[in-house]
Design a binder for this molecule. Structure first.
Ligand code: FE2
Ligand code: FE2
Length: 337
């Protein structure tokens, strides 16, 4: 570099300027290259860790007893935008009320007898149920039954990136139930109160019961489905039919016995949790052999395909940041060999 150019760059820097030529040519990529890799978390390790946390981490130590499926390439989170956690609540415990900018979902893995209170509505949850707590909704949990575990999915990494977080502990500690049981279910369907004005961006907090999911799977299970994901059910915004939350799409995928999917890649990153069954997924140059309880992540623009190696159906709970990519026109998808 010439002395003249060096001096010029120093002058620019002293005034908080930067020349375009100062960025290395190699910085410009022809296509997305994720900075984090695919990764798998074994369920048996996760549940063992949570059992231990149940012994040594009280809710006096941690506001929520949560273990994150941490992608080691990232400072925090499972992908750049989403995090998948496991939460445990023991009998008699209350997880105190708060609200925050991050939108969250729960997929219930084990147990019954806990109620989630969201925006004054008390929701009884059981295995396979899926519940949303959209951005800025009050939520607390109380366990009056057996030990429960559920997946907690949040868009917290995105919120951290955007630096938009508001976070408010509830001075009441516990919400008062103000709505009758089944209130939201009864007000957002095909028949709905005409005077209720709903948020046009955030969906209402909603519970999708496993019995309904199972019924839907049984009704559509013989259809061709999707070549890359098998039978796919969207947890749709009950008011608009749009994605689960503005920042994340949650789905149930079912691979029929011995079903093999085709390979593709897309600009959404996807987190899979194995709810039922066993098989193998190929992600980039990795091979993940999975069984019930395992989770794995497919970073954006990595080739992936799935193979149900068993004769029984395999079911994934899935979350991705596709709605975010759609909203800003960044979603691309292509078939791969
Ligand atoms: Fe929360
Ligand atoms: Fe995919």
């Amino acid at each position: 570099m010439s002395e003249v150019l060096k001096a010029f760059e120093e002058e620019l820097q002293s005034k908080n300027f930067k020349g375009y030529w100062q960025n290395q040519q190699g910085d410009v990529k022809r296509e997305p290259v994720p900075s984090f890799d695919s990764c798998m978390w074994k369920g048996k390790d996760l549940f063992a860790a949570m059992e231990k946390a149940g012994d040594v981490v009280g809710l006096d130590v941690s506001f929520r007893r949560v273990i994150q499926m941490w992608n080691p390439a990232l400072k925090n989170g499972t992908t750049r935008t989403l995090v998948l956690n496991l939460q445990m609540l023991k009998p008699g415990e209350n997880a105190l009320s708060h609200r925050h900018m991050a939108g969250a979902i729960r997929f219930i893995l084990k147990g019954h007898g806990t109620r989630l209170i969201v925006e004054g509505e008390s929701i009884e949850i059981g295995e396979g149920d899926f519940v949303t707590t959209p951005s800025w909704t009050w939520h607390d949990h109380e366990n009056r039954g057996e030990t429960m575990m559920w997946l907690d999915g949040l868009d917290a990494p995105l919120v951290r990136l955007l630096e938009t977080d508001f976070h408010e502990p509830d001075p009441r500690r516990k919400q008062t139930v103000t709505k009758p049981e089944g209130y939201t279910q009864a007000t957002v369907g095909a028949l709905r109160p005409a005077w209720l004005k709903q948020d046009s961006i955030q969906p209402p907090a909603f519970c999708y019961k496993w019995a309904d999911t199972e019924r839907a799977l049984s009704k559509v299970g013989e259809q061709p489905g999707d070549p890359y994901d098998g039978i796919v059910l969207d947890y749709a915004n009950p008011l608009t039919g749009g994605p689960t939350l503005p920042t994340m799409a949650c789905q149930i995928h079912m691979l029929r016995g011995s079903e093999k999917t085709k390979s593709h890649r897309h600009t959404a990153s996807v987190i899979y949790h194995v709810w039922r069954g066993s098989g193998v997924s190929y992600v980039g140059d990795k091979r993940f052999e999975w069984e019930q309880g395992d989770s794995f992540v497919v970073p954006l623009w990595q080739n992936h395909r799935h193979d149900n190696t068993s004769k029984d159906p395999a079911i994934f709970f899935v979350m991705s940041d596709k709605p975010l990519m759609d909203a800003i026109g960044h979603y691309r998808e292509e078939a791969t060999a």
